[in-house]
Design a protein around this ligand. Sequence first.
Ligand SMILES: NC(=O)c1ccc[n+]([C@@H]2O[C@H](COP(=O)([O-])OP(=O)(O)OC[C@H]3O[C@@H](n4cnc5c(N)ncnc54)[C@H](OP(=O)(O)O)[C@@H]3O)[C@@H](O)[C@H]2O)c1
Length: 172
Amino acid sequence: MRELRGRNALVTGGSRGIGAYIARALARAGVNVVVSGRREDALALVVAELRQKGVAAEAVPGDLHEPAQVDTLIERSEAALGPLDVLVNNAGIEQAAAFTRYTRDELTSMVDLNLTVPLLLTHSVLAGMLERGRGHVAFIASVAGKLGPAYTGPYAATKAGLIAVTQSLRAQ
Ligand SMILES: NC(=O)c1ccc[n+]([C@@H]2O[C@H](COP(=O)([O-])OP(=O)(O)OC[C@H]3O[C@@H](n4cnc5c(N)ncnc54)[C@H](OP(=O)(O)O)[C@@H]3O)[C@@H](O)[C@H]2O)c1
């Protein structure tokens, strides 16, 4: 898919930071954008900014720690904007600590949000993309996924997983 103008994208974690930046860049390229995140006030500000760039933009809020929100995000985004041509798996959290200081919940919730959620969203969106014969899926990884810096083992593990799934899907 070489022409992006007029296509539809979903950016997770689009309420701030790198996700909001990616959403703005997509809008500048003429792409309609759904931004997702928990903070509805922040999403509304990003949506207003995107619409000023002349594209359609919608907020589809949701906490991606909640399975029901994950399972319906693609469907809700497509209901708001139309079939998705681009999925940017950006939402993620980074925690740094000595490995033994992480709680069980901190370990599993970081793996869920950073790795399992992108796999599930990609799984949901791919059937439609393959049927339409076009689409792009992006994963926001990190250099931590290549190096495994001190005190960030669980985060680095999730990012290494994203790099691996990107390589694997690309190879298919
Ligand atoms: N910043 C860096 O230097 C850097 C370097 C390498 C890779 N990355 C990666 O780039 C991505 C974005 O990083 P960032 O620095 O822009 O992070 P950020 O400023 O902390 O933003 C994180 C985004 O994820 C969303 N998010 C967090 N928890 C969520 C949840 N439970 N449900 C739904 N959305 C959730 C947040 O939205 P709400 O708060 O509205 O929920 C926010 O939009 C992450 O995957 C990060 O690992 C960042």
